[in-house]
Ligand binder design. Structure first.
Ligand SMILES: O=C(O)c1ccccc1NCC(=O)[C@H](O)[C@H](O)COP(=O)(O)O
Length: 206
């Protein structure tokens, strides 16, 4: 099975179109104002409306006000929600919309515990733990902490780039990979050649 690719932290139409052209399956928008990759609703809506069909569009939130999530669903039209904070399952499940949950991995039980805690999540995104940041850290973590046993799809994130993604795929065998900093020129500004190299490398390994 081909490994899916999500390019996260999109703030510009040209980056979204280049990601799709390069073969990205999903693009992510950060609706978390403290992030240097935060995007406003009007910009994200304009990007989503310009995309071809069959591209997953992901709205990322960190401990959001539910009203913000509803506004993003209604005005941007994202196809999937990503909760990247401390949201419990009851919170994530209130929007009648498909969602995934991010877990920042520090020890062996974090992933099994999250699969138990979020049985209604469409998948689990595993990311590096940093006490100062919820995500977009640019750091890899110890992939041996991810169990082989997974009841639902697992998405690997955290410090991935074209130089390390082959080892990551060999070690983890995830359903999908998620990258942000590894394909950027600057925060929120993607680099077409890095996106192309990254996706080429994922497809080479499979
Ligand atoms: O990207 C951010 O700034 C961000 C801020 C707060 C929570 C999540 C955030 N990004 C989440 C993502 O999905 C990133 O793609 C993921 O953390 C990996 O980022 P990177 O290590 O830079 O590839």
């Amino acid at each position: 099975m081909r490994t899916r690719v999500k390019i996260c932290g999109i703030t510009r139409l040209e980056d979204a179109l280049q990601a799709v052209e390069a073969g990205a399956d999903a693009i992510g928008f950060v609706f978390y104002p403290p992030s240097p990759r935060a995007v406003d609703i009007e910009t994200a809506a304009g990007i989503v409306r310009s995309l071809p069909p069959f591209v997953e569009t992901v709205g990322l939130f960190v401990n959001p006000d539910p009203e913000l999530v509803r506004t993003v669903i209604e005005k941007v039209g994202v196809s999937l929600l990503q909760f990247h904070g401390d949201e419990p399952q009851t919170f994530c499940d209130q929007f009648a919309h498909r969602w995934i949950k991010a877990v920042r991995v520090r020890d062996m039980d974090d992933v099994p515990a999250a699969f138990r805690e979020y049985p209604r999540a469409a998948g689990l995104l595993v990311d590096a733990y940093d006490p100062r940041k919820y995500g977009g850290t640019g750091q890899i973590f110890d992939w041996s902490l991810i169990p082989k046993e997974r009841p639902r799809p697992l998405i690997l994130a955290g410090g991935l780039n074209s130089a390390n993604v082959a080892s990551a795929l060999a070690a983890v065998r995830p359903w999908a990979v998620d990258v942000s900093g590894g394909v950027e020129l600057d925060k929120g500004i993607k680099d077409a050649s890095r996106i192309i190299e990254f996706i080429k490398e994922v497809n080479r390994v499979g």
